[in-house]
Design a protein around this ligand. Structure first.
Ligand code: B3K
Ligand code: ZN
Length: 879
């Protein structure tokens, strides 16, 4: 935006609202081309705000009229400045009536009221309500809403809003109306309205105090056979939150509506969740096990928001992690309880490391509670969500489960119905546990991923083991110096049999257990353990007790030992990953130096042991046998060499596929045939492992492996098997690949969510010509730049899951991305801005690529009329 740089909002400038809104009455005359919105606000001036004008926000609205207590406002008492409407001289309490016109059909940004698949829906978080009517659109203004809407009955038979239905009826001219009331005061971002021709799956849930709740999932009629899983997930979530956190649902009805055009995953509007259909619709033949798990977790997440977000909400958007970090933590715990805890932890940590760690090391790095933003939509980030959840998890680790639960109870009790801050959350935790978390609070304010440098020394004579730990944190934009954090470091010492040695620290009377949580508060610590009978192997940062990078100089043999013996399943996996990273980085170095790469025999042996371990849960075996991803490997290099990383990883995959061929076939025999409809954790784990085996077998490049994968695809009895076969073939240039892709397209061309998988696979292939194929696919009848799922499946996948082609040395990938960002920005700034992030970390690449990435970013920034969303990311990246 060269025209004028957008203003920056700072946390330090927060002031409480001068005016309260007690009641909101909305009346919508729905029409896709032009909708009339009448709003009546009962407002009252706050204490100490004498004489202060009322300020309302509005965007893309046509103002029709403005009246106070039934009288039109005279022109001298109000003015519009940009997106703000200022009204002066209002009485202490009054009723403000505002009439506006909006144009839902033209709304491609998918914020406010828009049309998706012919139906009306809304998205108001964070600042979408101001696109519906003028309003103090900030989360600390909470009001009781009554909503009336009218629409053509034949086209929009279903009319929904938050809360309970009070009334409905017919109107002249084939129209009808509905009147909804939500008794719980809420911020405007939780308002929702849906109107359309929707079918409904209905069920019920009886809360533990005996209240009956009607559960309704609304979808387009042809999707009615894909709602069972979502409904089951909802009931499970409701029961789990009662059992685990004592939280009950509070309205008579809970509704979920699936829409095809949605910027994010879903939205927790009070009593009326609006979902991206990707996170509702599933049938065994259309959705993979991962899809089923993701649906269950998003349904749970939005449901859990009813307490962590809706009943207790955020004071301002800097506090976003108050609801998001906490709710992610809650949904992670829910999923862990439905499956194997360690597997869930491994998946979450992988996500954090491959997506949040890079963000924390990028020009966009920001604390869990950011200090400033231009566009709040840019701060729905991995840091706010995932690192935020880690911060909550660390509090649980420090307080213990009991103490944490008491803290959470106090938080909900103390702040029910309020808009609060992350500091209020930490205070409740402190008050309930009598622990001092003042230093811990720095986690909310300091960006960057801390590093722990750990060393150990054993003295056989004194039977002492000294563990030294140094913490540091690299500088991030605007934060050159970092203060030490309060870090829980869970650890154990293992003897040569792999048993935990009882731990007694110097000065303690007796040993207390074999695992403990050391608390780091200073830059340096020395922990001396007494009575250690032999030189131990330390198992550090168990279960990933803090979101940090830990460095300890293990030998290969020690890593192999931990891989086989660590009693902490997470650390067992972690040892294997570290070992693999080491092997892969050696291969990268060999490739860069022009040396012939060779397979490390001891590593192959360690992998073979896991492969043959029949005791270990199949899902854990699958985790252990999956090589670290290319983006995680990239993080380990000074200067990222995408080609060498890719080649090294392919080399190792092929090598393991070859050498352990029999093992992989054994897995296919044992786990290839499971009940195709079963969705329990064990069966899903077995399918995951079998699919991995097919991938290794196909990676060898020999005809047999390919044939096996192709057969997996052809005889697939559900989407997990189908994708297992297809994915295994994606990087081999062979007939089977083309045949499978064509068959998949023919079968699924009319199921957009399934076709997205087909787009993504092709966008991520390392075979030559990937970019040209992506460009061709943009002309496919199933592609549509206006639909965020399509954009993410094709363009997003190319930019994030295809390092080799996205970072092509000639800059073609960067150029393509910049073109798409600029084409998309006028339509949907939020989705465009997310794409820009792929260019942010140019400093990590060689000078040639740096220059090309910078050029692409400059071309974006220099474009006239850019959205605030894209401008903020592109300009910050160039700073
Ligand atoms: N709270 C919504 C996110 C809204 C995104 C606004 N740009 C989804 C969630 O986290 O539950
Ligand atoms: Zn959320």
């Amino acid at each position: 935006m060269k025209d004028a740089a957008p203003r920056t909002i700072h946390l330090k400038d927060y002031t409480p609202p001068a005016w309260r809104v007690e009641r909101v009455r909305l009346d919508f005359e729905l029409d896709p081309a032009e909708t009339r919105v009448r709003s009546r606000l009962s407002i009252a001036r706050g204490q100490g705000a004498d004489g202060q004008p009322l300020m309302l926000y509005g965007q893309d609205l046509t103002l029709v009229s403005l009246a106070v207590d039934g009288r039109a406002l005279d022109a001298a008492s109000w003015r519009i400045e940009g997106d703000q409407l200022w009204i002066q001289g209002l009485p202490e309490r009054c009723e403000l009536a505002i009439e506006t016109l909006i144009h839902p059909e033209r709304n491609t940004a998918l914020e406010g009221l828009y049309v998706s698949g012919g139906n009306f829906c809304t998205q108001c978080e964070a600042e979408g309500f101001r696109r519906i009517t003028w309003f103090p659109d900030r989360p600390d203004v909470m009001a009781e809403y009554t909503v009336r809407m009218s629409a053509d009955k034949a086209v929009f038979p279903v009319l929904l809003s938050n809360g309970n239905l009070l009334e409905r009826g017919d109107l002249p001219d084939g129209r009808h109306y509905a009147l909804w009331h939500d008794p719980f005061p809420k911020p405007s971002y939780l308002f929702a309205l849906v109107a359309g021709d929707l079918a409904c799956q209905e069920d019920r849930f009886v809360t533990r105090s005996g209240r009956e709740v009607a559960l309704r999932i609304y979808v387009q009629r042809h999707n009615l056979d894909k709602c069972d899983h979502a409904m089951r997930s909802l009931k499970k979530s409701m029961a789990w939150d009662e059992q685990t956190f004592g939280r009950e649902y509070d309205l008579d009805v809970y509704m979920i509506v699936a829409v095809d055009d949605f910027n994010m995953g879903a939205m927790e509007n009070k009593g009326l969740n609006v979902f991206n259909s990707k996170y509702v619709l599933a049938r065994a033949d259309t959705a993979t096990d991962e899809d089923f798990v993701a649906i269950e977790s998003v349904i749970a997440h939005e449901y859990f928001h009813n307490w962590s977000g809706n009943r207790v909400t955020c004071r301002d958007w800097f506090q976003l992690s108050l609801k998001e970090g906490l709710t992610v933590f809650r949904d992670q715990e829910f999923t862990a309880d439905q499956s194997l805890r360690a597997v869930k932890r491994i998946d979450d940590v992988q996500r954090l490391r491959s997506l949040q760690f890079p963000e924390d090391a990028s020009p966009m790095a920001h604390p869990v509670r950011p200090q400033s933003y231009m566009e709040i939509n840019n701060f729905y980030t991995m840091t706010v969500y995932e690192k935020g959840a880690e911060v909550v998890r660390m509090i649980q680790t420090l307080l213990g489960r009991e103490g944490f639960r008491q803290g959470l109870d106090l938080y909900f009790e103390r702040h029910d119905g309020q808009a609060v801050t992350t500091d209020d959350f930490v205070c409740a935790m402190e008050d309930a546990s009598a622990r001092d978390l003042s230093q811990f609070r720095r986690w909310y304010d300091q960006a960057g991923t801390p590093v722990l440098d750990v060393a150990g020394a054993y003295d056989a004579e004194t039977r002492r083991y000294r563990l030294t730990v140094r913490q540091s944190c690299p500088p991030t934009p605007g934060q050159a110096e970092k203060l030490p954090l309060h870090i829980p470091l869970a650890m154990a010492l293992l003897d040569s049999e792999g048993r935990e040695i009882p731990l007694r620290l110097e000065g303690e009377r007796r040993a207390v257990g074999g695992e403990r949580v050391l608390e780091l508060t200073a830059p340096d610590h020395v922990f001396v353990f007494e009575d250690v009978p032999e030189a131990p192997v330390p198992s550090l940062l168990r279960n990933f007790s803090a979101p940090v990078k830990l460095r300890f100089d293990y030998s290969d043999a020690q890593l192999a030992f931990l891989m086989a013996h660590d009693g902490d399943d997470f650390n067992r996996w972690e040892a294997g990953q570290q070992y693999a990273v080491r092997i892969l980085l050696k291969l990268v170095a060999d490739l860069q130096a022009g040396r012939k790469p060779a397979l490390d025999a001891r590593f192959v042996e360690a992998v073979a042991r896991v492969l043959d371990d029949r005791e270990l849960d199949p899902a854990l075996v699958a985790e252990a046998l999956s090589l670290p991803g290319e983006s995680y490997l990239a993080e380990q290099m000074e200067v990222v060499d995408v080609d060498a990383i890719h080649q090294a990883r392919q080399f190792l995959r092929r090598g393991l596929g070859d050498r352990l061929g029999q093992g992989w076939r054994g897995i296919v025999d044992r786990h290839g045939d499971t009940d195709p409809l079963a969705l329990d954790a064990t069966t899903m784990g077995r399918r995951r492992l079998a699919n991995l085996a097919y991938a290794y077998l196909a990676a060898t490049g020999d005809g047999d492996g390919r044939a096996l994968a192709y057969a997996r695809f052809r005889h697939a009895r559900n989407m997990t098997e189908s994708m297992g076969g297809l994915r295994a073939l994606m990087d081999c240039p062979c007939e089977e690949r083309e045949a499978a892709l064509a068959a998949f397209e023919a079968r699924w061309k009319d199921e957009p969510l399934v076709l997205d998988k087909w787009f993504s696979l092709q966008a991520a292939t390392c075979l030559p010509g990937a970019l040209e194929q992506v460009k061709r696919l943009m002309d496919h009848p199933g592609f549509n730049l206006r639909n965020p799922n399509r954009v993410r499946a094709l363009i997003g996948a190319f930019a994030t899951a295809n390092p080799v082609h996205f970072h092509a040395a000639d800059g073609s990938g960067y150029q393509f991305l910049a073109d798409q960002v600029l084409a998309l920005d006028p339509l949907n700034p939020q989705v465009a801005a997310r794409l820009v992030k792929s260019l942010s970390r140019f400093k990590r690449y060689d000078p040639g690529r740096q220059k090309l990435m910078r050029q692409a970013l400059k071309r974006i920034v220099d474009t006239q009329g850019l959205s605030r969303d894209v401008y903020e990311i592109a300009s910050r990246s160039l700073e």
